[in-house]
Write a protein that binds this ligand. Structure first.
Ligand code: GLN
Length: 190
């Protein structure tokens, strides 16, 4: 069966996620209104500007609908998307959804606040594999709750986390042509 997967398309780089999910054989829907969530199997919240997306979640009526959706179905947030999924974004301009038990600090990679790319080690299924990662004004994960698995770190700091069916990524897996993180996420569809 072809999975119908939504990408929140309020602001940011939703188009690249749509391309990746399409390449993986999903039927992809850009999501702008609450009633579009009904038939989806999973939802991606893309990178962009988290304070802007936070406001748009309210003006579109999607905030409650996404929280409700996440009770049963998988959500992946990348960069600003992770900021929106976390428990505490440490910034009053962002009201997060509390889907992942982590706290973050926005725009916080030390001197590398703007952007950088690196190869990181991805820990999935007991294996460590190299993965190319592009960071763009990335958030830093601070506290990680007990139910959260850390699947990749840089200098000891979590950059890829999973809690149950949900995935949070500080970098941009939609930009490198390596689709393993999207595949990992889609694996949570039941
Ligand atoms: N700096 C952005 C924010 O805090 C996130 C950057 C991104 O998504 N590439 O919202």
């Amino acid at each position: 069966m072809v999975a119908e997967v939504g990408v929140l398309a309020l602001q940011g780089d939703f188009a690249r996620h749509q391309e990746v999910l399409g390449a993986l054989g999903c039927q992809v829907q850009p999501i702008r209104y609450p009633d579009q969530l009904a038939n989806l199997s999973a939802l991606v919240i893309p990178g962009g500007e988290s304070a802007t997306i936070s406001k748009q979640l309210d003006s579109s009526g999607l905030r409650e609908a996404v929280v409700e959706f996440a009770r049963e179905r998988p959500v992946m947030g990348t960069c600003a998307g992770l900021i929106l999924m976390c428990r505490d974004p440490g910034d009053k301009r962002v009201q997060s959804l509390g889907l992942l038990d982590v706290t973050v600090t926005r725009n916080s990679w030390g001197r590398q606040v703007h952007s950088f790319s690196t190869a990181l080690e991805l820990h999935i299924n007991g294996r460590a594999d190299a993965f190319p990662a592009v960071f763009i004004r990335a958030p830093r994960v601070q506290e990680v709750g007990p139910g959260v698995e850390v699947l990749a770190r840089i200098d000891g700091e979590p950059v890829l986390v999973r809690q149950g069916r949900h995935v949070g990524v500080t970098f941009h897996p939609e930009l490198t042509g390596d689709h393993r993180i999207h595949e990992l996420f889609l694996g949570a569809i039941t």
